[in-house]
Design a protein around this ligand. Sequence first.
Ligand SMILES: CC(C)(COP(=O)(O)OP(=O)(O)OC[C@H]1O[C@@H](n2cnc3c(N)ncnc32)[C@H](O)[C@@H]1OP(=O)(O)O)[C@@H](O)C(=O)NCCC(=O)NCCS
Length: 172
Amino acid sequence: MLQLQPGIFLEKLGPAHYGQIQEFDCGHVETNEFLHESAAIYAEENLGKTYLISNGEGTIFGFITLTMGVLKMKDADLALNLGDLDKPGQLPALRIARLGTSASKQGKGYGSLALEAAANIFRLLQGEVGTRYIVLDAVPERVAWYAKRGFKSVFSDLAGRTTIPMYFRPPK
Ligand SMILES: CC(C)(COP(=O)(O)OP(=O)(O)OC[C@H]1O[C@@H](n2cnc3c(N)ncnc32)[C@H](O)[C@@H]1OP(=O)(O)O)[C@@H](O)C(=O)NCCC(=O)NCCS
């Protein structure tokens, strides 16, 4: 358990949390269902690791699920000069698969804190494996929230899209 701020902790989801997560409600049905029904399986099967933001005593303020991903080079960063590796088609990334904060705690900075935690894990990974971006697919209502936190949309025309691919290159 890592202390992020006084009284606020980051914990990796494990069997000790399986009861607590059933109470979690971020107001978005699919995100809730993921945490309730799939996050434990994703962790056990190495499909995605979930990190909980909590008070350290069983109350969950938010969660973020991370997995490996790619940013398609066709879509972004075309100016990157990779020499012999020119236009490999895709660039390595850490993917935010899910993010949610408790409906009763939204607007208090926990979502931003979850993104900061992801950026810290990204920096740890970067020391060990090639990882250039953080990527995610945002629902249209959340694009502005991510954009305010540095994420760029892969496509300029968002019309008609049910999810919007976004990317961010955290500063070193
Ligand atoms: C999207 C989501 C994760 C954001 O989480 P959050 O905890 O509300 O995020 P934050 O508190 O960091 O930021 C929310 C706003 O509160 C503001 N804020 C930050 N700290 C604050 C504080 N201490 N007091 C009041 N407001 C604060 C931020 O400036 C931000 O404002 P903005 O939207 O105008 O930029 C949350 O709304 C959620 O779980 N939604 C449902 C699930 C979902 O949509 N997931 C994403 C799918 S792509």
